[in-house]
Design a binder for this molecule. Structure first.
Ligand code: URA
Length: 236
């Protein structure tokens, strides 16, 4: 792969920006200074910038703890979006959120530049679970759990069977395998209950990393990528 493309995939900037960085010196491939953007970088090469090792990422998968008040969108003329929480080099990487969380919903949001992964995570056909904890205006009961398990008529569609776990107080945990607009809120609404707050705990085998405070994000580890791609029937 050409050095300029390689450096963009390390998150150093756009093609134009990395060409400037190359021209100004400081990039070395296997300890040899390189000044030409078209230089081929072979697999396993050690590439450094001012002596710092660069990490090549052919694709990016990110876990974010989405805070309330941010739109799940890549841009918006007026409101803050989840992309505003990422550094500029990641904002340039064409990342998409895998499924939408409402503006007031918090918790695990996966962002990636792998279109096949986004598709598999959101398509009901691939049955990737999404687990939410909800605070309700009043406690759910066994009849709600039965109705969730059967599938609820929501007017424009009937929800797929979902698991409702009743927690102490007015809390509940819901596992769904689809993500239509306001889905969980509408499911509770159909049972005469209002969701006061909603938080996504997990997507498929991936749980919200406990070290992430609201608004924080981190790269998936290689192991997490492997586990998620595997659950989605995809290869690394
Ligand atoms: N269901 C909802 O109602 N809202 C969300 O943000 C996610 C699932």
């Amino acid at each position: 792969m050409r050095l300029d493309k390689y450096l963009t995939l390390c998150g150093l900037g756009s093609r134009r920006e990395v060409r400037k960085i190359i021209a100004s010196g400081g990039i070395e491939v296997d300890s040899i200074p390189v000044l030409k953007p078209e230089t081929e970088v072979h697999n396993g090469a050690r590439v450094t910038w001012d002596g710092e090792n660069l990490v090549y990422r052919p694709y990016v998968v990110i876990a974010m703890n989405k805070p309330a008040g941010y739109l799940t969108a890549t841009r918006d003329a007026h409101a803050k979006t989840v992309l505003d929480l990422l550094p500029p080099e990641l904002q340039r990487r064409d990342l998409s959120p895998a499924g939408r969380l409402d503006k007031d919903t918090t918790g695990l949001l996966i962002l990636t530049d792998r279109g096949d992964l986004v598709h598999r995570l959101i398509s009901p056909r691939h049955e990737i679970s999404k687990v939410y904890s909800a605070e309700l205006d009043r406690p759910a009961d066994g009849s709600d759990a039965e109705a969730f398990a059967k599938g609820l008529d929501l007017g424009d569609f009937t929800s797929l069977p979902a698991v409702l776990e009743i927690l102490p107080g007015s809390e509940a945990r819901v596992t769904v395998h689809e993500g239509k607009y306001h889905q969980v809120k509408r499911m509770f609404e159909a049972r005469g209950k209002t969701v006061l707050s909603l938080h996504r705990e997990a997507v498929g085998p991936i749980h919200l990393p406990p070290e992430l405070s609201p608004g924080e994000w981190r790269y998936f580890t290689e192991e997490e990528c492997r586990i998620l791609l595997d659950a989605c029937g995809l290869k690394i």
